[in-house]
Ligand binder design. Sequence first.
Ligand SMILES: Nc1ncnc2c1ncn2[C@@H]1O[C@H](COP(=O)(O)OP(=O)(O)OP(=O)(O)O)[C@@H](O)[C@H]1O
Ligand SMILES: [Mg+2]
Length: 356
Amino acid sequence: MPTEQQILETINRFTAPGSTSGLVDGGAVRNIEVDDAAILVALAVPAGPPGPIDGLRTALSEALTSLDGIDTVDVQIQTMLSTIPVAPPQTQAQVQTPLPPSWGEKISGIKSIIAVASGKGGVGKSTVSANLALALAQADFAVGLLDADIYGPSQQMMTGATGSPKGTPDGRIHPIMAPGGVNVMSIGFIIDADQPVIWRGPLLMKALEQLIVDVEWGDLDYLIVDLPPGTGDITLSLCQNVDLAGAVIVTTPQDVALIDARKGLAMFQKLDVEVLGLIENMAAYTCPSCGNVDHIFGSGGGRRTAETLGIPFLGEIPLDPSIVVGGDAGTPVVSDRPDSPAAKAFVELAKTIAAG
Ligand SMILES: Nc1ncnc2c1ncn2[C@@H]1O[C@H](COP(=O)(O)OP(=O)(O)OP(=O)(O)O)[C@@H](O)[C@H]1O
Ligand SMILES: [Mg+2]
């Protein structure tokens, strides 16, 4: 079997298109996994014409296959639309080193970091995050919104923030100001949407760290963090590395979603993160023509669960089909239809959060 050193040297003989540094020295290596006779190498390189990138994949695969004891090589190359400061070269040994709990020092300009979480996917975390951020900005707070859903970023679409983040001379990146004044950062601004996200495990954590600490947030009253669903690594890593002011748990009225909300709560309690409360999304639906109120997904479950669990109930957001349209168009309901019951519910949520 080749040694780690031999593998790294082989990879470093190649350069990314347009670069003069070896792939390892230039920080293009995102992951290396060796499993018996198989090697997987994941690279992130600047976007460019497919020819040179395919050429790199072929040449690197051939070079690695020629190493003694290696039968199977998988070279995955992800193209980056913009230059995020690259992670230092990672080897398997380094990757296993835990990150130092030092993110807080680098983001000392942020007064309160609030995570928006759920035990289950699709309950409206991203919708709540975007509208809560906007409602806080409307109340004259300085607000940032971090899309921590690295595998399925949505804030680029939901907030209407467009463009590529600009770098600073010292290698940091500026967030993008969305309509309504919220500073947004999402992996969606950086990675080509057509490319699969290949970062995994600790490298995913590195990406999360960069999205928080390498961003010029400036002085913020609130950083709202839109988490991926469930209680996975990203949520865990955020809770362990950042001093969160608290977490808001989003649920829908169905029993299954409420069971998952309980799981989310248990995780935050274990990690000593204060749960600011439970918000019930997709609650009552009011028929626009007859005014009839229908509880499509059940009724009152969020309030009951919050009471049972002994956490504050932060309110209900009605089920409103125009939230879907606004979310897809980058026009959150808080700014698009400020007089709607849904927008008012988000404004109330912002008031409760701001009242602390
Ligand atoms: N109150 C609501 N009324 C109607 N539709 C809603 C409401 N809240 C969210 N939606 C819609 O439900 C879908 C899922 O919402 P969203 O993406 O915010 O959920 P999520 O919890 O962030 O999902 P994921 O777990 O995949 O990140 C979206 O199409 C969104 O527009
Ligand atoms: Mg989401």
